[in-house]
Design a protein around this ligand. Structure first.
Ligand SMILES: C[S@@+](CC[C@H](N)C(=O)[O-])C[C@H]1O[C@@H](n2cnc3c(N)ncnc32)[C@H](O)[C@@H]1O
Length: 255
């Protein structure tokens, strides 16, 4: 979607429009809308003026759009530094913190929740972080259409929606085809780092990751790893600690 300021009315801005375009509509052969199994719910939470302004003013630098051809990371970041992709960054606190702490890596964040995208951009602007780009679109479509094969140094998935009820487990983003797609996008030696505070989801992640022959578990106990210092503690996780929740980190690499 192109952003033409003149076309925007005072009430409907680019940021407001963005909320409606997080996936590509697909149709059956007879023209009916194809319902997809989504790993997210599009919450109608308010986009604050602050978040809206951050998106409207800084999208030209931080924002990338879904496209039907692979991204050229060299052109996007202006360098050849390794690229780390984070899916579902929420409000983006840990993503911006990591980008700030690791200037020799390029970070790419995907999130469908527009207020989170706005908050992340605002935080990046405040910290003058330049090695970060964000996408407001379904991550499965971005992986399928925009990420070149063998191009990512790492994939981060922190506290994905756990979809607690068994009848909703099919909505969990971590599934065999998802992990196969990620592996295809990783360079040799690239990593997949997942974390969750829901034990049943941790077990599910471990099952799926173990089945991928192209991946190797770095855990010395062959299951989880201790929480790495490199993963900034988010408010979400701090709250979990206060409530006595456990956290499980999984770290696999591509052989
Ligand atoms: C439980 S939140 C965790 C947020 C953040 N990682 C944290 O630790 O605070 C999961 C996030 O993943 C996002 N999400 C789920 N499925 C997604 C998808 N297919 N594409 C992009 N974002 C997705 C949701 O919108 C939500 O913000």
């Amino acid at each position: 979607m192109s952003f033409n300021k003149q076309e925007l009315t005072q009430t409907t801005t680019f940021a407001d429009q963005k909320r409606k375009t997080v996936e590509i509509a697909e149709f059956t052969e007879d023209g009916r809308y194809k319902r997809k199994i989504r790993s997210f719910v599009l919450r109608t939470g308010r986009l604050s003026e602050f978040q809206k302004n951050a998106m409207n003013q800084h999208w030209h630098f931080y924002g990338l759009e879904h496209q039907i051809q692979p991204f050229n990371f060299q052109t996007i970041y202006g360098n050849d530094n390794p690229v780390i992709l984070e899916i579902g960054f929420g409000m983006g606190h840990s993503l911006v913190e990591m980008a700030h702490q690791n200037p020799h890596f390029n970070y790419l964040g995907i999130e469908v929740h527009t207020p989170g995208v706005g908050a992340c951009i605002a935080n990046a602007v405040e910290k003058e972080v330049k090695n970060l780009r964000v996408i407001c679109h379904d991550a499965t479509e971005i992986l399928r259409d925009c990420i070149p094969d063998n191009s990512l140094t790492g994939l981060q998935l922190f506290f994905p929606d756990p979809w607690h009820k068994a009848k909703h487990h099919k909505r969990r983003i971590v599934q065999t085809p998802f992990v196969a797609k990620i592996s295809q996008k990783l360079v040799q030696g690239g990593f997949i780092h997942m974390a969750t505070d829901w034990e049943n989801y941790a077990e599910h992640m471990l099952d799926i990751l173990r089945q991928a022959n192209e991946l190797e578990n770095t855990s010395i106990t062959n299951d989880y790893i201790p929480r790495p210092e490199s993963r900034p503690l988010t408010k979400f996780e701090q709250r979990g600690h206060r409530l006595g929740h456990g956290v499980w980190d999984l770290y696999f690499t591509k052989k």
